[in-house]
Design a binder for this molecule. Structure first.
Ligand SMILES: [Zn+2]
Length: 432
């Protein structure tokens, strides 16, 4: 494939005009000013288009699309006890598959090719993402309420091992698209022994650790009462930061937490919609970034967002950062786009993704610039962050494969997926 005469975001996050990009075997073969010999390749007209790396969403619970709008307005504990836990007890692997496929539709239409996801029945719902042509880092979030519980006897471990086996069995075809992470729900939903074991397992197997950290002020303060230290310090004590960590939310980090996260090379997943909707607060990302912490962006699940639109999340993150820091250039449009693309890919251990660069995997999106709200095209990145809508994305490409074109998913039967998802939700409700 050749994208001809296209405006693009280069590897230094600079906008460049009239470039020609050759994609071959899933990677960028060349990115040049001059038009290369087409050699029988499909040529796509890139005029009035903008090409940039696709989004990597670093915190999601994708099957929870089926819980969208279920239990609105309840405080966290009542929401969990009265709504989420009873629902999840009846949430079969097949229903999760349809929930994940519904989520995949939303994700790829809004330019996301890869998610870091925490849920259960990883192989079952991971298959929906895989079939959609996406990538994912999947982890079964450990929850332990018993002091003596062992990670190695928990379903979190067993489910992760099942996924690792699936990845081994499908090594060639999968080609690193689906990955296994070690996922622990949070400090407050676990006991020390199981956490230590999970972190040791992650370090031994060189796996990424996913966790919710300091999402609410209450959770943060209660951890200090329980353990005499913050959630980040507690996780460090238990060995979490021997592995690369992707920490979701991080609304209430203290100065030492930032130092630990930065020294450990951890990534924060900034989830602004969810944090606002659940009344958790606004994470001070400019302060974190200034201290060298690596910021990425995630939607969180559809039960607390309520959609999976990464472009909307980038827009909100940029606005909040400026409003909170009283600085109109607190983090630039390019900083925000980098957080949602390259840094997200790095948080998923995808070192050859997230940049339009020769030799890198071709994960990209194309915006149609011929829109009233994108005219004039004077500052393209500002238009993308502050004005563009996800419906302006006319192409989503993962590993060189077009997975969504002109708003239509190419590997998902949309009508069937929407019908099955709605039916799955209805069946769970009827069984309660
Ligand atoms: Zn979450």
């Amino acid at each position: 494939m050749i994208i001809k005469d296209v405006k693009l975001l280069d590897e230094n996050f600079q906008v460049r005009d009239r470039m020609n990009v050759v994609v071959e075997d899933g990677k960028y073969l060349s990115i040049t000013k001059g038009m290369p010999d087409p050699e029988g390749r499909e040529v796509i007209d890139g005029r009035s288009k903008f090409m940039m790396p696709a989004f990597y969403n670093t915190h999601c619970h994708v099957p929870m699309t089926l819980l969208r709008g279920y239990g609105e307005g309840l405080p966290l504990q009542r929401w969990l006890q009265e709504r989420i836990f009873p629902f999840e007890a009846k949430f079969s692997p097949q229903y999760k598959y349809w929930g994940a496929k519904l989520g995949a539709l939303e994700l790829i239409k809004s330019g996301c090719v890869s998610i870091t996801d925490m849920y259960f029945d990883l192989v079952d719902y991971g298959r929906a993402l895989y079939e959609a042509g996406m990538k994912a880092n999947l982890g079964n979030g450990l929850v332990t309420f018993d002091e003596d519980a062992s990670y190695f006897e928990d379903n979190s471990y067993k489910d992760t091992m099942k996924l690792i086996q699936w990845i081994r069995d499908n090594e060639t075809e999968n080609d690193g698209r689906i990955k296994a992470d070690v996922s622990v729900h949070s400090e407050y939903a676990n006991k020390e022994k199981a956490l230590r074991e999970a972190f040791a397992f992650a370090a031994d197997e060189r796996l990424i650790v996913q966790a919710h950290i300091s999402e609410t002020k209450t959770e943060h303060e209660e951890c200090k009462e329980r353990h005499g230290m913050t959630p980040v310090a507690y996780f460090e004590k238990l060995g979490a930061f021997r592995s690369p960590v992707v920490a979701a939310h991080c609304v209430w980090l203290e100065d030492e937490d930032i130092d630990i996260m930065t020294a450990g090379g951890a990534f924060m997943s900034h989830n602004p919609s969810s944090n606002l909707k659940l009344g958790s607060g606004i994470a001070p990302v400019r302060k974190y970034a200034n201290k060298g912490m690596r910021i990425t962006i995630g939607t969180d699940g559809a039960s607390s967002n309520n959609n999976l639109n990464m472009l909307e999340e980038v827009n909100l993150a940029a606005l909040l950062c400026r409003g909170q820091s009283l600085d109109a250039n607190a983090l630039t449009a390019a900083d925000m786009v980098k957080a949602a693309t390259r840094d997200g890919a790095l948080a998923q251990g995808r070192t050859d993704c997230g940049l339009i660069k020769e030799g890198f995997r071709a994960d990209f999106i194309v915006f149609d610039l011929d829109k009233e709200h994108l005219t004039p095209d004077y500052d393209t990145l500002a238009n993308i962050v502050f004005s563009a809508q996800s419906s302006d994305i006319c192409m989503t490409v993962c590993d060189g494969e077009v997975i969504c074109k002109d708003g239509e998913a190419l590997f998902i039967d949309e009508e069937e997926t929407i019908a099955k998802a709605a039916e799955s939700f209805k069946k769970v409700l009827e069984s309660l």
